[in-house]
Structures are given as C-alpha cells and as structure tokens.
Ligand binder design. Structure first.
Ligand code: AMP
Length: 144
C-alpha cells in the first residue's frame, strides 16, 4: 500500500464508522469520531478519524475535512491532557505503508507521553478492554 490507491470501504475504521465493528468510543461530533487504539503505544492512545471522507491519507483529504479533523484532534488531546496529566503528547499521522500506515482510512494518533517512558511498539500488543474502557471514560469526561 503506497500513497496511491483506491479507498477500500471494508477497512476496519470504515467498519467501525458503520457500526459493523466494535470500538471503545471517546467522542464524536458531526465531523469526527475518536476512539481508543486497541494496540496502544501508551496509556490513553486515541485515534481521531473523519466520518465523511474516503481519504486514505492526509494527502487525499478534501480541504473541508482537514480543518474539522484537526479541531477534533485538538479537542481530544486537551481532554487527554486533563484526564491523564501526561508530560507530553505525540500527535502522529502516517501516510503510506513505508511510513508506518496500516489502516487506510485517514486518521490521527494522540499518544500521551510520560517522562522516562519509551513509546510502545506501533500496532503492538492488544490492550485489556476493561482498562481501555476506563481510560476512555476518563477522557470523555474531560471533553469540553
Ligand atoms: P496506522 O498504522 O497509522 O495506520 O495506525 C492504525 C492504528 O490502528 C494502529 O495504531 C492500530 O493499533 C490501530 N488499530 C487497528 N485496528 C484497530 C481497531 N479495531 N480498533 C482500534 N484501533 C485499531
């Protein structure tokens, strides 16, 4: 999967958006859905995706999708900060398999970081679902 390609609406994030696959949801508005990454690179790792776009990457994204997506990212990142009190937050976004992209529906990672804690492996071990739900609730409670 390179930068070029056709959007496959069977991808896991499209299935989550249609309610066909489960997700630990944190927040949604008219434009974006935020949910917990099930293979988190740190505690509180969340993803934000556009709801109405068939963009595979940021480069494909319609101009009207980018603004609301980034506002959603900022809103969720602020809630992550309030809920989890990290020392830093990595906002990451990968385009194309060689850059680390594994799911081809545009998305942005919000990864809280703590002093002295290395970043976990990308798309590594699966999280405990109960823990994920508890963190999601903490973050959701801080959305303003
Ligand atoms: P990327 O590698 O940038 O395409 O990121 C895709 C992310 O989606 C990875 O961090 C995976 O851990 C995560 N992921 C894959 N499947 C799911 C799923 N069903 N629910 C939540 N996150 C997922």
């Amino acid at each position: 999967m390179s930068l070029d390609g056709t959007y496959d609406d069977g991808n896991i994030f499209a299935r989550i958006l249609r309610g066909e696959a489960p997700a630990v949801r944190v927040f949604e508005d008219d434009h974006v859905l935020a949910f917990m990454d099930v293979f988190p690179q740190s505690r509180g790792h969340a993803l934000v995706i556009p709801k109405h776009s068939a963009a595979r990457t940021l480069l494909d994204a319609e101009p009207q999708v980018v603004g609301p997506l980034m506002l959603g990212v900022q809103r969720v990142a602020r809630a992550v900060r309030s809920a989890l009190k990290p020392d830093g937050i990595s906002i990451m976004q990968f385009n194309g398999a060689p850059a680390g992209q594994t799911v081809f529906h545009l998305h942005v990672h919000i990864i809280p970081r703590w002093e002295g804690q290395a970043l976990g492996r990308h798309a590594g071990g699966m999280a405990d679902l109960k823990e994920l739900q508890a963190v999601a609730q903490q973050i959701a409670a801080q959305i303003t």
